[in-house]
Design a protein around this ligand. Structure first.
Ligand SMILES: [Cu+2]
Length: 68
């Protein structure tokens, strides 16, 4: 298990938080997602043999947010 912090831009409310959490949680290999709306930091605990950083980034971007 690996932990990373994504710097997500554009989240403004609880709905945004849920969209990002939902998108990441549906990826196979992602186990824990913690979104901090105030800072835009998203802590993700994942299995590096099942999911890549690129995949997670894409999933967030597909929801309409930018990953710095
Ligand atoms: Cu929102």
């Amino acid at each position: 298990m690996q932990t990373t912090t994504l710097d997500v831009r554009g989240m403004t409310c609880g709905h945004c938080k849920m969209s990002v959490e939902g998108a990441l949680n549906t990826l196979e290999g992602v186990s824990i997602v913690e979104v901090d709306l105030g800072t835009g930091k998203v802590n993700v605990t994942y299995d590096e043999s099942k999911v890549t950083l690129e995949k997670m980034q894409e999933a967030v971007e597909d929801q309409g947010y930018d990953v710095a």
